[in-house]
Write a protein that binds this ligand. Structure first.
Ligand code: BTX
Length: 325
């Protein structure tokens, strides 16, 4: 009920809506409406209340409410439907639960994840209201072998969005992380379901440390937030709007052209690893290598100390800078 009232307030933003109207529409008492309004105020929404006219939403408390996002979203398909949670286990898990019936481009956002996931069973810390924890459901008509390209498209989109909105110099640590000043600000987890020759759906999970104030000690040397690096809070809504727009542009370009041309230009231009010495990690094994390039398919071309060259596929390996993260 509280969510329904919030939607009504949003739709009428700037105008009053009376308690009577709401109580009639939802068949609850005016006292119940009043209690929900108070609960919303406690959550940080600024709601003006007058005895005669009713309730008016003044400020949205910075939450990523779909109504607020959709009003300013300038995309065709991505984000046409936005599903929002205050808290959820993982937006990728939820996406999987609904993906079969969800429309292409559906976006799932949560203020908090209690079981945020990284790759290979790792955790992704997702504190309430501080970051952008979001998944995009995609239904492209491409072979499963192409699926991992979505990670590259997402990385390029996040990179451009962070640079455009915050002015921070974000770099892409192939294949699925973004770093600012050498520390991780974003991770991407792409998951897929389908058959050998056909994708049923793809889920691109994006976690951005936007306004996180602190990190557990064990992560302090590898993780940071945009706000920490910029020295001021970042408007999460603006960042999401830019990100979805960038993502749609690069995605459409790939679907229409069949190549990653625009995405590759971004991930090469803003690569954190090109030309660098790295460690290639496969299970327990770690091998030193130099990054030679990123090929047309988005694979990482490396040269090991013994002179052997290899093309690395995302999902198969992890890499780490030789010094630090
Ligand atoms: P990854 O496996 O590359 O990174 C996970 C590792 O990063 C962890 O083992 C930990 O060391 C570190 N880490 C954990 N939380 C954070 C954080 N907030 N900031 C920086 N470093 C951290 C990266 O996996 C992919 C992450 C995707 C997260 C999104 S959020 C929305 C969607 N839902 C979901 O459950 N996952 C995705």
């Amino acid at each position: 009920m509280k969510d329904k009232i919030l939607r009504e307030l949003y739709e009428k933003k700037g105008q009053y809506i009376s308690g009577e109207e709401l109580s009639e529409k939802y068949q609850v008492s005016r006292t119940a409406i009043w209690k929900h309004m108070n609960a919303l105020k406690k959550e940080g929404y600024v709601i003006e209340t007058t005895h005669k006219k009713g309730y008016k939403l003044i400020e949205s408390s910075g939450k990523l409410i779909p109504e607020a996002l959709k009003r300013d979203l300038n995309t065709v398909e991505i984000g046409n439907k936005i599903i929002y949670f205050d808290t959820i286990d993982s937006t990728n898990n939820y996406s999987k639960r609904i993906a079969k019936d969800a429309a292409h481009g559906t976006v799932i956002i949560s203020e908090e994840q209690s079981g945020g996931r990284g790759r290979l069973g790792r955790n992704w810390i997702s504190p309430k209201g501080e970051g952008i924890w979001m998944s995009i459901v995609l239904k492209p008509d491409i072979p499963p072998t192409e699926g991992m390209k979505m990670t590259q498209i997402a990385a390029a989109a996040v990179c451009n969005a962070i640079r455009g909105v915050t002015g921070l110099e974000a770099f892409i640590k192939w294949p699925n992380d973004l770093v600012v000043n050498g520390k991780k600000v974003c991770g991407i987890l792409t998951e897929m379901a389908g058959e050998l020759t056909r994708i049923d759906y793809l889920i691109v999970g994006i976690g951005i440390n936007a306004n996180n104030e602190s990190f557990l000690e064990e992560f302090q040397h590898i993780a940071t937030s945009l706000a920490k690096e910029k020295g001021e809070k970042v408007d999460r809504k603006t960042l999401i709007l830019h990100l979805l727009k960038e993502f749609e542009g690069l995605y459409e370009d790939y679907i229409n052209q069949g190549t990653l041309e625009k995405t590759l230009a971004i991930i090469r231009n803003y690569s954190a690893v090109l030309g660098k010495s790295i460690l290639v990690i496969r299970g327990e094994q770690q091998l030193k290598a130099t990054v030679l390039g990123i090929d047309e398919e988005g694979l990482l071309e490396v040269k090991y100390e013994d002179g052997k060259r290899e093309l690395l596929m995302s999902g198969e390996v992890s890499i780490r800078g030789e010094e630090g993260y």
